[in-house]
Write a protein that binds this ligand. Structure first.
Ligand code: CP
Length: 310
């Protein structure tokens, strides 16, 4: 079954054919937006964004994507500003969203919340981040960023994931997408924040070459460094977060000791793990990466609504 007209719940649902189509649609939309500010393709459609956890990039880029396609947006942000705060169930909230909109993007602190949402309503649901679970549309924009740099067709793609591998939902999605390509993965984290068993099994089943280490020196072997914030909001023990929060700092000095073709990615927001002295270095692609979310999310909205590109 094609990804079109479905919900986007997990990176696992995409086939290599789906990914090739999404990458090509994103590229075409990026080209179109160089000469036109609004494609006016979705005049009759409404996107609902329901963000029950904080967000800047995901919510704004989904909303900007819908506006650039000529559609309309309704939104609620934060539990306290929806009737969930008055005790309404998520199911009842979703029934309202279904009656007001054609497609919705949901961010929720509970893993699997978007899957439950998709079972409850008939419009396409997009998982915009579910707790420590997944963030599949971030994975897709990460994939597009790597693709634009020509690294997906490079048989020697070597990616090092750095930081909070345990709770980093963007990593959980990206590694599944990358498992369809020829790739070598290295996971650099404290042992307590290592890759969950579920994803170890998944990589092994896909015959992906991967290794793990606590040593940041392994970044020197990679041509993609994918750095993540230690996810403070997932820790129940504050002291444990404090112990790990500065575990790895990627700065200019370290990057200058790495491969010349290294790119440094980060889903953002960043704290101290990527030093600002790197921002103007050619390896730093994290702002471009966030910008790419606009094109990828435009492609996804069109596909889910089954509206063709002009
Ligand atoms: N990358 C990402 O999900 O950013 P936001 O939390 O700002 O949406």
């Amino acid at each position: 079954m094609s990804w079109r007209k479905q919900s986007i719940l997990s990176a696992q649902q995409f086939t290599p054919t789906d990914l090739a189509e999404i990458l090509e649609m994103s590229r075409a939309l990026e080209a179109m937006l160089r000469t036109r500010r609004n494609l006016k393709l979705l005049d009759d459609y409404i996107l609902a964004t329901l963000f029950f956890e904080p967000s800047t990039r995901t919510r704004l880029s989904f909303e900007a994507a819908m506006h650039r396609l000529g559609g309309r947006v309704i939104s609620t942000t934060g539990v306290q500003f929806s009737s969930l705060a008055k005790g309404e169930t998520l199911f009842d909230t979703l029934k309202m969203v279904e009656s007001y909109s054609d497609i919705c993007a949901i961010r929720h602190s509970v893993e699997g919340a978007s899957t439950l949402a998709a079972r409850s309503i008939k419009i396409p649901v997009i998982n915009a981040g579910d707790g420590a679970g997944e963030h599949p549309t971030q994975g897709l924009l990460d994939l597009y960023t790597i693709h634009k740099r020509g690294y997906l067709t490079n048989d020697k793609l070597s990616i090092a994931f750095v930081g909070d591998i345990r709770y980093g939902r963007t990593i959980h999605s990206l590694l599944q997408l990358l498992s369809h390509y020829k790739v070598q993965m290295t996971f650099i984290s404290p042992p307590e924040l290592a890759l969950p068993d579920k994803y170890r099994r998944l990589l092994d089943a896909a015959h992906v070459a991967w290794q793990e280490t606590t040593d940041i020196a392994a970044l020197r072997e990679a041509n993609v460094g994918y750095v993540t914030r230690i996810q403070e909001e997932r820790f129940t023990d504050r002291a444990e977060y404090e112990r790990f929060k500065d575990a790895y700092i990627i700065d200019l000095e370290l990057v200058n000791s790495c491969r010349k073709d290294l790119i440094v990615m980060h889903p953002l927001p960043r704290l101290s793990e990527v030093a600002t002295d790197l921002d103007n270095h050619p390896a730093a692609v994290y702002f471009e990466q966030a910008h790419n979310g606009l094109y990828v999310r435009m492609a996804l909205i069109l596909g889910l609504l089954d509206v063709p590109l002009p």
